[in-house]
Design a binder for this molecule. Structure first.
Ligand code: DGI
Ligand code: FE
Ligand code: FE
Ligand code: FE
Length: 187
């Protein structure tokens, strides 16, 4: 899929503020791709598509998961975790995206997972640090982002888990797998 088609497709699907977030994630992804020597076009396509299903009503996401054989256990976790796997499935099956690295970056952008690829890490990080965000501890992550990709991703995983635990939220195993994997690397 070419980038302009992807932009048109997501623009039609997202509210304006979410579309603008998407463009900022694409811009940050491009910068990180240059720093880490990753194919810019791949990272940008993943970024443009990553939140495609974000504004779907939760009932629509739920039906999509059930009707298309996505992991049922997703439904035991927060609705926020549904849009990545649904988007990845949809682009693979309805739009002919074949690059598994791009699809995995979309699929796992919310939780992360163990052994993430460079493309996956860049999207995971860019989604967190794009200039429209304001999380506690964000400055530290931004500073680390162009120096040490895995350390920056470790901060994202750690901050996200700490934030979720403070809210007494359930946490998906992939979020812990990502955290553990990055922790082993930075030690
Ligand atoms: O779609 P975005 O807002 O750009 O960002 P996202 O898809 O990375 O994250 C959406 C939300 O999901 C964010 O508030 C953090 C939350 N989240 C990430 N991992 C988990 C999680 N929520 C729960 N309950 N469990 C998780 O493991
Ligand atoms: Fe998202
Ligand atoms: Fe994210
Ligand atoms: Fe996002």
């Amino acid at each position: 899929m070419d980038l302009n088609k992807a932009i048109d497709l997501v623009k039609a699907e997202l509210v304006q503020s979410r579309f603008e977030h998407t463009l900022r994630v694409a811009e940050v992804s491009k910068e990180l791709a240059v720093v880490y020597g990753v194919a810019v076009d791949k990272v940008q396509l993943a970024a443009i598509l990553h939140d495609y299903a974000k504004n779907w009503p939760s009932e629509k996401l739920k039906s999509y998961i059930l009707d298309n054989g996505l992991p049922r256990e997703l439904l035991d976790f927060d609705k926020e975790l549904w849009h990545g796997p649904v988007g990845a499935h949809l682009f693979e099956n309805q739009y002919g995206v074949v690059d598994q690295d791009i699809l995995n970056a979309i699929r796992f952008h919310t939780t992360g997972r163990a052994e993430m690829s460079l493309v996956e890490m860049i999207l995971y990080l860019a989604d967190y640090i794009e200039p429209g965000r304001s999380f506690p501890g964000l400055q530290e992550v931004r500073q680390a982002s162009e120096k040490n990709l895995k350390y920056a991703c470790w901060l994202v995983a750690r901050n996200t888990i700490m934030y979720l635990m403070k809210k007494n939220a359930t946490i998906h195993p992939d979020s812990f797998y990502a955290y553990n994997d990055f922790t082993r690397y930075i030690k």
